[in-house]
Design a protein around this ligand. Structure first.
Ligand code: IPM
Ligand code: MG
Length: 370
């Protein structure tokens, strides 16, 4: 029997509530299938800061290094607004990404037919939407040095962030995007700002070179990032795979997520380089949404993005493709049955709790399994 070592990092806010629903699903698979999960749990973000004075401990990082995959909830909240910058909740997430080398962030945006009316865009614009944002996750302006605020001689302050990319960083993320496109509709849109940024000039050049040398069977176009944002709300179905840097990917993926009706629906995967010996990639899976402190602790959170993140874990890290499809089908069925949490219920709609949604998805999984 295959055993999978998962590290669960629920984090803050609704992270802890939605992780409970993931555990229900894992526990059921543990009682059933030919696969078993070995779970470790630890703190990250504000929760880790409160307990240990760090956004993630070295011990938790060791568990992360040893796991087959990490399933991550969400971090942050107003409670930690005043903690030192290098100990803020988000620092735990950034350390995981950086230390594990999780350079490829896959953010699918799929519009479930049952939810097309929950989108802020008209049904015909979003119905059937299926795009994938491939965001570079360990480089660019989030990590580039210098990154500082200095005081000038005249007493003014000057803040600096550094946008920086090397050929190798762009090549490897471009390959992930082209590989993904080959499993989908075979089209990549590469997004940057080559009209004002040197990193954009290099990005465009390197993506074109990789395309020409290795992926000429895939359709490639280049689109300026501002135009890409506009096209995403104008005619999103023109896209298949969008590849972009860390900063643009952060913004464009939030836009794409909202097209689908709610941020509460979307999972993501962050993958490292394949290990030369085993072929396995370090990987972390998390919802695209944040910790939503405003609704935390009230049973209002939508657990779908979190449970769909478990499905992605099964698909991309554990070789459990059939089980992943079962989980995804269960989510679609529950939505088709009309079940909604508050974020997708619409005005006057009847909303179920986090726990009810999680249990309904589990029942569907059990039904599909027969
Ligand atoms: C995301 C989030 C993070 C990011 C924050 C929490 C650091 O917005 O995963 O998109 O900016 O990458
Ligand atoms: Mg973001």
């Amino acid at each position: 029997m295959a055993t999978h070592k998962l590290l669960l990092l629920p984090g803050d806010g609704i992270g802890t509530e939605i992780m409970v629903e993931v555990k229900k699903v894992i526990d059921w698979f543990n009682s059933q299938s030919s696969h078993s999960f070995e779970l470790e749990n630890d703190l990250v973000g504000g929760a880790a800061y409160d307990a240990h004075g760090e956004a993630i401990t070295d011990a938790a990082m060791d568990l992360a290094q040893a796991a087959d995959a990490i399933v991550f909830g969400a971090v942050g909240g107003p409670k930690w607004d005043t903690v030192p910058y290098d100990k803020r909740p988000e620092a735990g997430l950034l350390r995981l990404r950086k230390d594990l080398g999780l350079f490829a962030n896959l953010r699918p945006a799929i519009c479930y037919p049952a939810l097309a009316d929950a989108s802020s865009l008209k049904r015909d614009i979003v119905e059937g939407l299926d795009i994938l944002i491939v965001r570079e996750l360990t480089g660019g302006v989030y990590f580039g040095e210098p990154k500082e605020i200095v005081t000038l001689e005249n007493g003014e302050k000057r803040a600096v962030d550094t946008q920086l990319y090397t050929t190798g960083e762009i090549e490897r993320i471009a390959r992930v995007a082209f590989d993904m496109a080959r499993t989908r509709s075979n089209k990549v849109s590469s997004s940057e700002k080559n009209n004002v940024m040197k990193s954009g000039v290099l990005w465009k050049q390197v993506v074109s070179d990789v395309h020409q040398a290795e992926y000429s069977d895939v359709e490639l176009d280049h689109i300026l990032a501002d135009n890409c944002g506009m096209q995403l709300v104008r005619r999103p179905k023109q896209f298949d795979v969008i590849v972009c840097d860390n900063l643009f990917g952060d913004m464009l993926s939030d836009v794409a997520a909202m097209l689908t009706g709610s941020l509460g629906m979307l999972p993501s995967a962050s993958l490292g380089e394949p290990d030369p010996a085993t072929g396995k990639r370090k990987a972390m899976y998390e919802p695209v949404h944040g910790s939503a402190p405003d609704i935390a602790g009230q049973g209002l959170a939508n657990p779908i993005a979190m449970i769909a993140s478990l499905a992605m874990t099964m698909r991309y890290s554990l070789g459990m493709v059939e089980e992943a499809t079962m989980v995804e089908t269960a989510i679609a069925n529950v939505l088709a049955d009309g079940l909604r949490t508050g974020d997708i219920a619409g005005a006057g709609g009847n909303a179920v709790s986090t726990d009810e949604m999680g249990s309904a998805i589990l029942s569907q999984i059990q039904k599909i399994a027969g």
